[in-house]
Design a protein around this ligand. Structure first.
Ligand SMILES: *Cc1c(COP(=O)(O)O)cnc(C)c1O
Length: 396
């Protein structure tokens, strides 16, 4: 087991100021206690099923399969969850854990606002106070999500430091946690940050691969040949991979946002262009400039433009167990349009990155092979931006 004390090979760890140590130790102890607690797990399953709408469907995309003319393609429909994406899996788990720990207040960072909305949703459900840190730039670009968070009872604090985007919101949330550990849980949004977050978030998202495995065995009587998902910080991808890591015959593919291309600065493809570094409490790969400063990243998909990748992915890359491929804006937009037309499913532009890579590999695979693509979220939120990309103003 390469995972010990929050390490994934050389990655992970707890690179944090002394002032944050007590908080992560308290969280680790609580998590170790509750993760095997039957009552905790029964309550979480109840929330997943009754509130979030799990299990999500594993849908055989027959038209897509026929049109691409190769491997049989299944879609894991995380877009059908309450709030429209996989993020609810993580926030329900963390909110329940925080509640058990006696915390009354959730704080979170958010980029595009999706994780902020999910956290505000869980806070409303559990009767907890909620404060969301969001880069000021992002609050302007994502006014609808700011409105939703406030509607759900959360306070949204615009962050003006740095580039006033996601990475600055993470830094600000960590600072706030240091100041108020007693009543506050930091509900981190992806498989990143200091240990134990990458493990906790992965375990809550692992329900995705647990279900895929059961559903696939029921439908096809065997395991898939490929499972694939888009990668921002990497939570829906690790959730999709987790229960297949030991099944060496199953290929694991993570699709990164290449933006305008991996040979430009306008990219967010961390594995393709990043270097080893330490940031946000963890050792992993990060997009950096020539001085080792975190580089500004770009993708058409706001949910994928994080300059790093979770430490477990960095390790799966190092060991060759998983493959990571870059997908450009243009390829993702084409996949967004293609899946909408062929299956009547409008995917999140993040998820469209995975669909785009499937469009490349499926035609080359034999017809008896099986690919599972996780559709991490639904695309309603992206329609205005994609229309604009295509030169049409539907001003939302
Ligand atoms: C946030 C988000 C992502 C990226 O986050 P991961 O932690 O990499 O999963 C992907 N898809 C959707 C729909 C999202 O909202």
């Amino acid at each position: 087991m390469a995972e010990s004390r929050g390490r994934f090979g050389i990655h992970g760890g707890q690179y944090i100021p002394e002032t944050l140590m007590n908080a992560v130790i308290e969280l680790e102890e609580a998590y170790n206690h509750y993760k095997d607690d039957p009552e905790f797990n029964a309550q979480l399953t109840e929330l997943f099923n009754e509130y979030a709408g799990r299990p999500s469907r594993l849908y055989y995309a027959e038209k897509l399969t026929k049109d691409l003319g190769g491997a049989r393609i299944y879609l894991k429909r995380e877009d059908l969850n309450h709030t429209g994406a996989h993020k609810i899996n993580n926030v329900l788990g963390q909110a329940l854990l925080a509640k058990k720990m006696g915390k009354t207040r959730l704080i979170a960072e958010t980029g595009a606002g999706q994780h902020g909305v999910a956290t505000a949703t869980a806070a409303a459900l559990m009767g907890m106070e909620c404060v969301v840190f969001m880069g000021e730039e992002d609050t302007k670009r994502q006014a609808l999500n700011v409105y939703k968070m406030r509607l759900l009872g959360a306070e949204v604090i615009p962050v003006t430091s740095g580039t006033a985007t996601l990475k600055d919101a993470v830094s600000e949330a960590m600072r706030e946690w240091t100041n108020r550990i007693s009543d506050t849980h930091y509900c981190l949004g992806s498989v990143m940050g200091p240990h134990p977050f990458p493990t906790i978030v992965r375990d809550f998202q692992a329900v995705i691969s647990k279900e895929i495995k059961e559903q696939m065995l029921r439908k096809e009587g065997r395991l898939p040949d490929v499972v694939m998902a888009c990668v921002g910080g990497g939570s829906n991808a690790i959730g999709t991979f987790y229960h297949f890591i030991e099944d060496k015959e199953v290929r694991l593919i993570g699709c990164e946002a290449a933006g305008r291309g991996v040979d430009t600065w306008e990219t967010a493809a961390t594995i393709a262009t990043g270097k080893l570094g330490i940031f946000h409490g963890m050792k992993s790969y990060f997009c950096q400039d020539e001085y080792g400063q975190i580089a500004p990243v770009y993708s058409i998909s706001a949910g994928l433009d994080y300059p790093g990748i979770g430490p477990e992915h960095a390790w799966l890359h190092d060991t060759g167990r998983a493959e990571y491929v870059p997908v450009t804006d243009e390829e993702a937009v084409q996949a967004f349009e293609y899946l909408s037309r062929t299956e009547g499913i409008i995917p999140a532009i993040e998820s469209a990155h995975a669909v785009a890579h499937a469009m490349k590999i499926a035609p080359q695979m034999d017809k008896d092979k099986i690919i599972v693509i996780t559709v991490s979220g639904r695309g309603d939120k992206d329609c205005a931006a994609i229309a604009r990309y295509r030169g049409e103003d539907i001003s939302e």
